[in-house]
Every structure is written in C-alpha cells, then in structure tokens.
Design a binder for this molecule. Structure first.
Ligand code: BEZ
Ligand code: FE
Length: 290
C-alpha cells in the first residue's frame, strides 16, 4: 500500500475522532472517541472485504431482532459469549473485600416472583430433591436478617420458566428472606447443565467457531440487604463436567458447592419435609457494605 493511502486512512480516523471533540458530556466524549479508535484499529487489522462487513451488519441486525422485553435478549447473550459481560463484572468488583464473588446476571431473570417462606419448595417439575441453605453475612461477619434472596434455576429440561411456557408460573423461582440469624433455606431440585439458546445469531457464531453452548449446572442468586451492595452471583455444582468450559465464562472456584447425598431418615428431612433421599448444599453469602 502506498504511503499516501496509509496516511489518508489514518487521517480519516483522526477526523472522526475530532468530530466528537465538542461533546458536552466528558464521559460520552471519551467513550465515543475510544470506540472510534478501537473500531478503526480492528478494521485496519483484519481488512474486511465489503461482503464480510455487510455480513457483520446483518449479524448485528439479526441479533437486535431476537430481543424482546421479557425472556429473549440476544445482545446480552452475545456480550456473555464474547466474555464482555464477565470483563465488565470484573472491572466493577475489583476490590478484594472478602465479599462473595459475583458472576453474570444472564438474560433469564424475571422480577416480581412470589415471596417464599423459609425452606419452601420452588420445584413444581421433577428432579432430584435438594435442600440449599446457609447464611447471609456482612464482610465483618454480622449475620444479615431480612436479606432478600431472589433465586432462579432451570428445570430438568434445561429451560427456565418463562422461557419455557409449559412450566407452571414461578417454577424454580422465588424470593426468600433470611431469618433473625441471617439464615435462608430453599427446597428445590439439583440443577442440571444446559445449553444457552442456539436458535439465533449467537448459536450460529458458536457453531461456526466450533464452540459448545453448555453452561455448568447452577442456581442464580440476586441478594439485597439494607446498607449493602446487591450481590448477583451463581452457586455451581462442583461435580459438573462443564465447569472448565462454561460458554459464558462465568465460573469462579469460590462459587462451587457440593450436593451431598442425604438418606430419607436424615434429621433435615424431617425438618424440611423431604419424604425420601435428597441432596444437601450449604453455602454462605457475604455482602459488601455500600
Ligand atoms: C444463565 O445462566 O441464565 C445465562 C447466562 C448467560 C447467558 C445465557 C444464560
Ligand atoms: Fe442460568
């Protein structure tokens, strides 16, 4: 390429960057100028053909068309599968304070799910019965009473209620509150690994690049307590085969838990109403003060 062409290309980048120089909001100016520099650098590096660029635009158009207000958000899925969601999460939770690690929110949360009593069952579809329990604490060890734990997980078919319209309303979802000692207890089923949706552009991208769509089995938590930062995280099954290759890069070693086998005559069975063998997972959450 001639020196003239190279200079003209560089001048174009500088001209576009300069066009944002008058942006009144300083943060917006920084974001736009950096975006232009990085996008131009990407284009300069890969030198797309015009057909490739059109296919990239078509891909993003299809991604936008697969978004709705409730249960399908293909842009979140794209951000997740490119590791951008976890990078944003890491940057926003950099300080090592002793609080529980955070992870991706994902696109399947539904607000306003029913309030559940201590130890109440949330599984209205079959599975291996499980008790998930523990405490919510502040970083100084103080138990947090009245913390709200919003939980969600898939059914054994790997789908969330809402996403799968056949499941009863609120299946495997609910809002639990801690008691005076900061304890919570959830009767549920052992979570299963499941594939993220592959019927859209993100699925096509995974297929074309030889990546699998599986997430290791987990239970989602969003925990709120007065005076504390909201905690968005998962608890993963330590036995899951996909822990090392999560399609959305959300696994952290501190978030793994054992689902121990308990016999039908276990003392917890009587207390929580299990009428056969079940699994028990114990996990304490630690919240940062806000
Ligand atoms: C989830 O765990 O629900 C999830 C997270 C990221 C992408 C898709 C699903
Ligand atoms: Fe999930």
């Amino acid at each position: 390429m001639s020196t003239d062409s190279k200079e003209a290309e560089q001048a174009l980048t500088e001209q576009v960057v300069a066009s944002f120089a008058g942006t009144p909001d300083e943060r917006l100016r920084t974001l736009m100028q950096s975006l232009v520099r990085h996008m131009h650098a990407f284009v300069r590096e890969v030198e797309p053909t015009e057909a490739e660029w059109m296919s990239a635009i078509r891909f993003l158009t299809d991604t936008g068309k697969m978004c709705d207000d409730l249960v399908r958000q293909e842009f979140i899925l794209l951000s997740d599968t490119l590791g951008v969601s976890m990078l944003v999460d890491a940057i926003n939770h950099r300080l090592a304070t002793g609080a529980t690690d955070t992870t991706v929110f994902g696109p399947f949360y539904i607000r306003g799910m029913p309030e559940r009593a201590y130890g109440e069952n949330i599984a209205f579809t079959p599975g291996t019965p499980a008790l998930v329990h523990g405490r919510v604490l502040s970083t100084d060890g103080e138990p947090l009473a009245n913390a709200v734990l919003d939980v969600w997980q898939t059914a054994e078919n790997g789908m969330y209620s809402g996403q799968d319209t056949e499941q009863p309303h609120g299946n495997l979802r609910g809002r639990f509150r801690t008691d005076a000692e900061g304890r919570y207890a959830i009767s549920t089923i052992v979570p299963v690994s499941y594939p993220i949706p592959t019927d859209g552009p993100v699925g096509r991208m995974l297929e074309a690049t030889g990546r699998h769509p599986w997430r290791p089995a987990h239970l989602h938590f969003m925990i709120d307590a007065p005076g504390h930062r909201t905690l968005v995280t998962h608890v993963f099954d330590r036995e899951d085969p996909y822990l090392g290759s999560d399609a959305v890069f959300g696994v952290k070693p501190s978030l793994m838990v054992d689902y121990r086998e308990c016999p039908a005559d276990h003392e917890l069975a009587r207390r929580f109403g299990f009428d056969g063998p079940f699994r028990e997972a114990r996990y304490d959450f630690i919240l940062d003060r806000s």
